[in-house]
Ligand binder design. Structure first.
Ligand code: Q9C
Ligand code: ZN
Length: 819
């Protein structure tokens, strides 16, 4: 089995025995609810279940002092009053007679998980534990934490398994200062933590949580702190942090094991974090981490206090560990200005220690904007009446979001391959389907007529297979596929795949073309494609929704069949069939929507990335070409700093990855590219591989698209100055449009409209005490002063770009609250 789930019921025993509003959130239901949802979703059943064992006192001694362990052992026999008195000696801690046993199980669970992964019994896993660990120090409990579960697991991995480099990713919303202290002078452990900080005004109020704390002595550069100075950080901020801070350093560090301090108080609805990242964000974070350390990822639960948000996020994490496709990220992919300032400050603090940061221009770090402009979320006082209202609203919003997400279905088959000549060389996992099917002959021939290169029988039959695979991806039968193409027909096949995807209703198509593949001439510079509907194709229209695919097929449905001839523009059925926008309880205003023409004019767009050119050029924001970097460092930089920010910013429905003639990618490079491109489009990827490639390549691609970890890239080697220059040039050109490319804050207050990206998914804000709100497109005419801001995704991301001045006036209708 691939994924371990370590648990023990006894860890539900500790509970608060007296009044303490600060501690009551750390309750047994955190575990029972999360386990319950894992079971309900059928995820638990797919994991290797391991019952946690107690850690020995020697194992506790890997991190903690003998006196502290003795003290904790003594708590088992104390009465309530003595427990309360002892608890009072620590910050935000409560003890229970069962605490010692439970805390030993929590440590033991982590050790079992690490053992299972490092002995090869499983690829990865999650330990669901209480109490949490990352605030715990050598001789002190702190912040609900008794023993430092993750730190002990890291020491164990070094001592028992001889590991030399371990990465700890702490995505809990609090700073794991305990873990930082334990490893601060140790260069063998890279510790990354992001945390709510608010310039030092948030618990645990430590200077050493700031970005300038980088470790001590030999360990300098191996502590990486990313402080969030405002609440309300969301999917785009977390993604930017991974792409621009964590992953470049992690690849350079090259860990043998990744431990995750997996706290979910960084998710939407959490009373402690007050952030806005939605549960599927954790699937994306987990997927990104799996390209490191050959996929050896061990996650251990830390915080997470909104039971619904916690359990959904746990499910997302486990799904990603199991290799399931991650749902696309919701929300506008535009980092907050404050997040960019934080990202910039941590990059500046780390620059002396990491070559991958050194070659990039660093703009001077400005003093942080202290602005809290109107409409910006500001934290709520815990426990107050406003807080409770906001919490209730957040929960309602979250439930509605989750209901939406559950309409999505996972494809029955994850990966299919259709590879005539290459099959022999492949040793693929048994659950990868060898797809023999082909599109209808007359349909294929109709498409093929559009291209001279497809005039022969052989390319036509290859095209038939490609079209068939494509259809099945769009139909939700399979998630991703790999097909072979022949050199002379490669570009024509790709062109047909693009047309076919668009005519089947894909709204945004990311096309990554490597090698000699020309961009179809009729794609305009702004990415629009005149969409040809195949004359003889059956009436099959695909209505993609951000929450899943709703396929509509055959006559009699409400998708209007357009009698089309070659060259006639295809009309989309949306104006007639736009489903009712779901409404939420309460009143909602849509602001920050970013559509000039509205969701009614859905134009398909293609983002074309070509890796091949002699020079770097961005002919438009939808047409980018770039030489293949010559070193591993250059290639990684290119992926993390350009390709992924564009891919995530574009939020494609489908990725076409075409490795054409003379693509020049080594197999591990191609695998990493495919593995990383899997996430932004909900794992809907069709890879086309030139038959001249190595016989193994198609197989490797199928495996990574299936969720396997990509093979090692080889030793990290610094990017060449030319490659870096090309990259900087492109980023400079594209940054104004693609906000996820940014790595630095900007001066001055920006109007909200400037802070938004090209793809307007609705950002809804609850509007306390107001009437029905206009579903305004563009900037909300008046700032919404709601302090309970939550992002909810409700309808498909519109696809049109804001034209000049197009943002201000458009209105499409009234959003009536449901009773
Ligand atoms: N309102 C973990 O998440 N209370 N510990 C902070 C600020 C302590 C959190 C009070 C929070 C401890 C593992
Ligand atoms: Zn926490």
């Amino acid at each position: 089995m691939r994924t371990a789930l370590v648990y023990h019921e006894d860890m539900t025993a500790p509970r608060l025995l007296w009044e303490d509003p600060e501690c009551e959130i750390e309750c047994p239901e955190r575990l029972t609810t999360a386990m319950g949802l894992l079971q309900q979703r059928g995820l638990e059943q797919r994991c290797l279940r391991l019952a946690a064992r107690e850690a020995s006192e020697a194992e506790l001694g890997l991190v903690h002092s003998p006196e502290y362990v003795v003290l904790l052992r003594g708590t088992q026999a104390l009465g309530t009053e003595e427990l309360q008195a002892l608890s009072g000696q620590y910050d935000a801690v409560y003890f229970h007679p069962s605490t010692f046993h439970s805390a030993r199980l929590a440590v033991g669970a982590g050790l079992q998980l690490v053992d299972a992964v490092l002995t090869g019994a499983v690829h990865n896993g999650l330990a669901l534990v209480r109490p949490p660990g990352h605030h715990s120090q050598r001789a002190a409990a702190n912040g609900f934490c008794v023993f430092n579960n993750v730190a002990i697991a890291a020491k164990h991995a070094q001592q028992k398994h001889g590991l030399h480099r371990i990465l700890i990713v702490d995505w809990d919303i609090h700073h794991g200062q305990g873990t930082q202290y334990i490893f601060e002078d140790d260069p063998s452990v890279l510790y990354f933590s992001w945390h709510r900080y608010e310039h030092g005004r948030f618990w645990p109020y430590l200077q050493e949580s700031d970005a300038v704390a980088v470790g001590q002595g030999q360990g300098r550069g191996f502590t990486v702190n990313l402080p969030w100075n405002q609440v309300g950080m969301g999917n785009a901020d977390y993604m930017a942090a991974f792409l621009h801070v964590l992953l470049p350093l992690a690849f350079e560090f090259d860990p043998e094991l990744v431990l995750v301090s997996a706290g979910f108080d960084s998710a939407i609805g959490d009373p402690e974090g007050q952030m806005q990242a939605t549960p599927e964000c954790f699937a994306h974070l987990t997927q990104l981490l799996q390209v490191l350390a050959s996929g050896r990822v061990c996650a251990m639960l830390e915080g997470g206090y909104n039971l619904e948000s916690l359990s959904e996020s746990v499910c997302m994490t486990v799904q990603a560990l199991l290799g399931d496709p991650a749902p696309p990220l919701s929300g506008p992919m535009v980092p907050h200005c404050s997040a960019l300032e934080s990202i910039q400050s941590v990059r500046a603090a780390q620059v002396p220690h990491w070559t991958s940061l050194q070659q990039q221009d660093l703009t001077p770090v400005l003093s942080p904007s202290t602005c809290t402009p109107e409409g910006r979320p500001s934290p709520l006082l815990s426990g107050g009446p406003e807080f409770k209202v906001a919490a209730a609203q957040a929960t309602a919003a979250l439930s509605a979001l989750l209901d939406q997400m559950h309409l999505r279905r996972t494809p029955p088959v994850r990966t299919a391959v259709s590879l005539t000549g290459l099959d022999a060389a492949l040793a693929l996992p048994s659950d990868i389907l060898h797809q023999e099917g082909s599109a209808l002959k007359e349909e294929t021939q109709a498409w093929a007529r559009l291209h001279e290169a497809l005039a022969k029988d052989e390319p036509v039959s290859a095209l038939g297979k490609v079209l068939y695979l494509l259809d099945r991806i769009l139909d939700g039968q399979e998630s991703s596929s790999v097909a072979a193409t022949r050199a002379p027909a490669a570009a024509a096949t790709l062109d047909m795949a693009i047309r076919c995807s668009l005519s089947r209703g894909a709204q945004r198509l990311l096309c990554v073309a490597v090698g000699q593949l020309d961009r179809p001439p009729d794609l305009t510079d702004d990415g629009y494609a005149p969409c040809v509907m195949c004359p003889s194709s059956p009436a099959s229209l695909w209505v993609p929704r951000r929450n899943g695919w709703v396929g509509q097929r055959g006559p009699g449905n409400n998708a209007r069949r357009v009698s089309s001839t070659e060259g006639q523009h295809f009309q989309h059925p949306y104006p007639q069939t736009l489903p009712h926008l779901p409404t939420l309880e309460g009143e909602w205003a849509v602001t920050h929507t970013h559509v000039s023409m509205g969701p009614l004019s859905l134009k398909r767009r293609t983002l074309w990335l070509n890796i091949r050119g002699k020079e770097a050029a961005a002919l438009s924001m939808f047409h980018v070409s770039m030489p293949l970097p010559g070193t591993t460092g250059g290639f990684l930089n290119y992926l993390l700093a350009l390709v992924l920010p564009l891919a995530y910013g574009f939020q494609p429905d489908l990725v076409l990855l075409a490795l054409g003639p003379a693509h020049g990618l080594r197999d591990p490079q191609a695998a990493l590219l495919a593995a990383l491109l899997r996430a932004p489009a909900g794992c809907r990827v069709l890879a086309l591989v030139d038959e001249e490639s190595t016989p193994q390549l198609a197989g490797v691609l199928a495996q990574v698209l299936h969720g396997e970890a990509p093979p090692c890239l080889g030793p990290f080697c610094v990017a060449s100055p030319e490659d870096m220059q090309a990259l900087m040039h492109l980023r400079g050109q594209l940054e104004p449009q693609w906000k996820l490319l940014q790595v630095a804050g900007e001066t001055g207050n920006k109007a909200p409209a400037d802070c938004l990206g090209p793809w307007g998914t609705a950002l809804l804000q609850s509007s306390e005490g107001r009437g029905a709100h206009v579903l305004g497109l563009g900037c909300c005419p008046e700032p919404v002063h709601s302090r309970a801001t939550r992002i909810v995704r409700l309808f498909p991301a519109p696809t049109s770009l804001p034209g000049p001045g197009g943002l201000k006036s458009a209105r499409v209708g009234v959003f009536t609250p449901q009773k």
